[in-house]
Design a protein. Structure first.
Length: 388
């Protein structure tokens, strides 16, 4: 239970939804929410909260809830052939294929499942889904498939580093001090969202007015309201169309002058034709205004003039930075993306560590490509382990 527009509440709801955890949601300001808070002895300053088997978890986070439910990593004494770090499309695919081919596989992710793909409102160019599929739904289906083949999934589970002392037995080090010895590692930690350098960004982020996804949970509450989407790639286009499809009036802001430079044509055609989407090319966000809640966004146009756009939320899709800092001892390019020019496909500078998906230097940022890389890397793992 919690306040639906708070970022901490959204994080918690996203987590339990992604992992298919049976739950009931209560708005803390509703009569039923207030009644349940009273029964659990919860104060307004202790939200969001979760009640598990009668016990109240105050100021709940995904990590604290996972610990309470036994979903964080704890060794069970079984051997581990492969540790997959990162549960986006590439990591999920690697785990599914590895486990289906007989490898004892552990899958770790620091936040949840699905990576950036899980944030996509609708993926329409993924093979086999002619009507499109939400990233959230695709993630759920893949998680069930992974569990079917015996993948052990732990999330949230933050990885702190990798120990390469033994060339044939790499170890994944967790930030809680735990160590997972294994025979091979596939890294698929992807990238972290970039943020705009705009005053009060963090404050509006905490109140839930700035979001980095356009899932059903994110879009809910902004029906028939003005919103702003920032970005010029497919994720921004999908978000704009999803919000407009729910009746929101959308201002789509991008620095470039050509909408089709980084966005697929099937999206650009529909965006240009949609009556509820207003396009602002060659523009940049300069100011966010409002008290606790965002009320407007100031955008600077190419000629230097500024427009104040009424906006109850800002959805940001401006790219990401590689999450490679934990891979000390592994070669990266000048931008931090992991190089995979070892002897086997997807092999890094460490013999039994492989990199796939957005983390890998030179990767193509598409869901289908990430899935293909994750599945293909398992063949390289088998080749590396063949001499054991």
């Amino acid at each position: 239970m919690g306040r639906p527009d708070a970022a901490a509440t959204l994080d918690l709801r996203t987590y339990v939804t992604q992992l298919l955890l049976p739950h009931s949601w209560y708005d803390a300001d509703s009569p039923s929410g207030r009644a349940l808070m009273g029964q659990a002895g919860l104060g307004a300053d202790e939200l969001p909260a979760a009640v598990v088997n009668g016990a109240a978890l105050r100021r709940a986070t995904p990590l604290r809830l996972a610990s309470m439910l036994g979903l964080t990593y704890r060794t069970d004494g079984r051997p581990v052939d492969l540790v997959v770090v990162g549960a986006g499309p590439a990591g999920l695919a690697a785990a599914v294929y590895a486990a289906s081919e007989g490898l004892d596989t552990i899958l770790l992710d620091r936040t949840g499942l699905g990576g950036q793909a899980a944030k996509s409102a609708r993926i329409e160019n993924y093979l086999g889904f002619p009507q499109g599929v939400s990233g959230e739904h695709l993630t759920r289906l893949t998680m069930v498939q992974a569990l079917k083949f015996g993948v052990r999934i732990y999330s949230p589970c933050a990885v702190a580093g990798v120990d390469l002392t033994d060339d044939r037995r790499p170890a994944v080090l967790l930030d809680n001090g735990a160590r997972i010895d294994c025979r091979a590692v596939i890294t698929a930690t992807g990238a972290d969202y970039r943020r705009l350098d705009v005053p009060r960004w963090s404050a509006f982020e905490q109140t839930g007015c700035i979001r980095y996804a356009a899932t059903e949970l994110d879009v809910r509450g902004y029906e028939n309201q003005p919103v702003t989407v920032v970005g010029g790639a497919n994720s921004a286009g999908q978000a704009a169309l999803s919000l407009a499809g729910h009746g929101a009036t959308v201002n789509l802001v991008l620095r470039g002058t050509d909408l089709g430079a980084r966005m697929s044509s099937y999206l650009t055609d529909r965006i240009r034709a949609h009556p509820l989407i207003r396009l602002h090319t060659g523009s940049a966000v300069r100011e966010l205004t409002g008290d606790d809640r965002l009320t407007s966004v100031v955008v600077e146009r190419p000629d230097g003039r500024q427009d104040r756009l009424e906006s109850g939320a800002l959805f940001c899709f401006i790219g990401a930075r590689p999450m490679s800092g934990w891979l000390s001892g592994i070669a990266t390019d000048e931008n931090g993306f992991v190089r995979t020019d070892g002897g086997l496909p997807f092999q890094t500078s460490a013999a039994r560590v492989f990199a796939v998906g957005d983390l890998r230097a030179g990767s193509i940022k598409r869901v289908a490509t990430a899935v293909g890389e994750g599945a293909s890397a398992v063949s390289s793992v088998h080749a590396a382990l063949a001499g054991d």
